[in-house]
Write a protein that binds this ligand. Structure first.
Ligand SMILES: C[S@@+](CC[C@H](N)C(=O)[O-])C[C@H]1O[C@@H](n2cnc3c(N)ncnc32)[C@H](O)[C@@H]1O
Length: 202
């Protein structure tokens, strides 16, 4: 277990975010500007809520954030931030689409920091991550607006290149991003897809 409280852990405490992961979104966003003022954002795997809080500040009062997780999150947005609707739901269940569409039929941006429960077995953990990220792509096809953006965590492994190819079928510009705040020893990376081209046919 990690006992050293690192730079980003301390920074998150100081900036009053519930998790250090917020900087994995902030850094990519500063560079690639894939969330803008007034946007609607769907945040998959939002608990404890840092990404949703940060996205709410970026989109401002005219935007909206819907945060989904297996666990119940409940942070209030900051002053000037967009409303955040927290939803406790497994993203693998079909019910998610119906529940989300009742709030908003489609979104400008889909972000996902989801991580499967790890077993210590690298192959099994990679496969679990791939199941989750493939589901985020299916959800993007159902719920993203044309030209919408996508930013999703994945654990690298043998099926990762094929996943990136799938993202390329759906988005005009695709990049694999490793933010500084992501631990070097971690196999996690983030796939950024910009300008959604529309759902695959068939
Ligand atoms: C690293 S945490 C997210 C941290 C969050 N981005 C933040 O900044 O506060 C990963 C989350 O993914 C969620 N998760 C994993 N599988 C999920 C699933 N099938 N449906 C919904 N959430 C899931 C976990 O419950 C966990 O809270």
């Amino acid at each position: 277990m990690r006992t050293v409280k690192d730079y980003y852990y301390k920074k998150a405490k100081k900036d009053k975010y519930p998790a250090r992961s917020v900087y994995k979104l902030e850094e990519a966003l500063n560079k690639h500007k894939f969330i803008k003022r007034g946007d609607s954002v769907l945040d998959l795997g939002c608990f404890p809520g840092s990404w949703s809080l940060y996205a709410s500040e970026i989109v401002g009062e005219k935007g909206i954030v819907v945060g989904v997780d297996l666990q119940a999150a409940e942070n209030s947005p900051r002053a000037g931030g967009a409303e955040i609707i927290w939803m406790q739901q497994d993203i693998m269940e079909e019910e998610l689409i119906t529940r989300v569409r009742k709030i908003r039929p489609a979104f400008r941006v889909l972000i996902s920091d989801m991580a499967p429960r790890t077993s210590g077995n690298k192959w099994a953990d990679h496969q679990r991550s791939m199941r989750l990220v493939r589901q985020t792509l299916l959800l993007a096809e159902e719920l993203l607006l044309p030209k919408g953006n996508y930013y999703c965590k994945a654990f690298q492994g043998e099926d990762f290149p094929a996943f990136v190819e799938e993202v390329k079928q759906l988005f005009k510009k695709v990049k694999v991003v490793k933010p500084k705040s992501s631990r070097v020893e971690s196999r996690e990376v983030f796939v950024l897809g910009m300008e959604f081209k529309g759902a695959r046919k068939g």
